[in-house]
Design a protein around this ligand. Structure first.
Ligand code: IPM
Ligand code: MN
Length: 353
């Protein structure tokens, strides 16, 4: 297969993990005789610094001309610590998601056997946890009308029936391929937007009688995720709740640095780690490249390259079993490997099979 991939390393640890993602894709291309062509684009603080725009027209053009986007992360403390800044790195990512209409963000959360001890949660609670969070990605407070002044500010949490229906359909699709259990997470006891979510969900549920649908308030869901993560099979929720719950869910696996995601919708699909840009670690060669590498696996699977995706997953698991781990997940007393070493090991494992 020939794929044109837009690579957007972004900020912080982005360039380092991006390199390892590409390295692993190259090893797949070599082994399976695919041709992956990469073109690099700027986004986030890197793009603000270069051209004053976190998602320049040129990057948009590159995305539209590509088959897929391999994104890393954006964010920079210069902007985090300056709430008056008019332009922010995160706007780049949001603009990309919105303009490509990538409304469905798929975030799989599963434990790795060899990392159970790295989670702050008890092994007997998390062992076997395996669920998918389907996060709505182009609506809600992220994109609703905003107002900001010195003594008052608001964000509006707007959702239309259409937006809710289409993300529910995606979530049901995943549930049908898995254990046929969908949990709709909302705050319908307080929020009007959530009441519309629940109403539309109750209607949509009738179209999927083979799937067991249940409804959970987001505060309760946040507790259930760490108390009994095996309860979940597929959960679907709005943009903001999904953002928060997936950071929380990452502690089940042991590190933020392990969670990949796929953002799909109308235009070029985007594959992005769940984690942020971790600026404190930038340039130190210590960031975990696995979320990026597994995002590359999701990219391949999106194009039907199942065996290739599996190959990456297998290589990642082998690296964990053999303790080829970055410091965030390395066990006490064992040598921690660098970002580059982990990527190299995984890519060599694929090539040597
Ligand atoms: C994520 C990130 C982004 C989000 C930020 C960087 C805008 O936290 O992908 O989860 O809030 O969606
Ligand atoms: Mn987030």
């Amino acid at each position: 297969m020939e794929l044109k991939i837009a690579v957007l390393p972004g900020d912080g640890i982005g360039p380092e993990i991006s390199k390892e993602g590409v390295k692993v894709l190259d090893s797949i291309a070599e082994r399976y005789h695919h041709t992956f062509k990469y073109e690099y684009g700027i986004i986030g603080a890197a793009a603000i610094d270069a051209v004053g725009d976190p998602f320049p027209e040129e990057t948009m053009k590159l995305c539209l001309e590509s088959d897929a986007i391999l994104f890393s992360c954006v964010g920079d403390p210069r902007f985090d610590n300056n709430p008056t800044s008019k332009v922010r790195p995160e706007q780049g990512l949001l603009k990309m998601r919105k303009s490509l209409e990538l409304y469905a963000n798929i975030r799989p959360i599963a434990t790795f056997k060899s990392l159970l001890s790295k989670s702050p949660l008890k092994e007997e609670v998390i062992e076997g946890a395996d669920f998918v969070c389907v996060r709505e990605l182009t609506g809600g407070m992220y994109f609703g009308k905003k107002f900001e002044s010195d003594d008052k500010a608001y964000d509006t949490n707007v959702y239309s029936r259409h937006e809710i229906e289409r993300i529910l359909k995606v979530a049901y699709g995943y549930a049908q391929q898995r254990k046929k259990h969908l949990t709709v997470v909302d705050k319908a006891n307080v929020l009007a937007s959530s009441r519309l979510w629940r109403k539309v969900a109750q209607e949509t549920a009738k179209e999927f009688p083979d799937v067991v649908t249940d409804y959970m308030f987001v505060d309760n869901a946040s507790m259930r995720i760490i108390q009994d993560p095996r309860f979940f099979d597929v959960m679907v929720t709005e943009n903001t709740f999904g953002d928060i719950l997936t950071d929380e869910a990452s502690v089940i696996t042991g590190s933020m640095g392990l969670l990949p995601s796929a953002s799909t919708g109308a235009k070029t699909p985007l594959f992005e780690p769940v984690h942020g840009s971790w600026p404190e670690a930038a340039g130190k060669n210590i960031a975990n490249p696995i979320a990026q590498i597994l995002s590359a696996a999701m990219l391949l699977e999106h194009f039907g390259l199942k065996e290739e995706g599996n190959e990456i997953r297998e290589a990642v698991e082998a690296s964990l079993e053999q303790n080829i781990c970055t410091p965030d997940i390395q066990k006490k007393g064992m040598k921690a490997y660098s970002t580059e070493e982990v990527g190299e090991w995984i890519s060599n494992y694929i090539k040597s099979k």
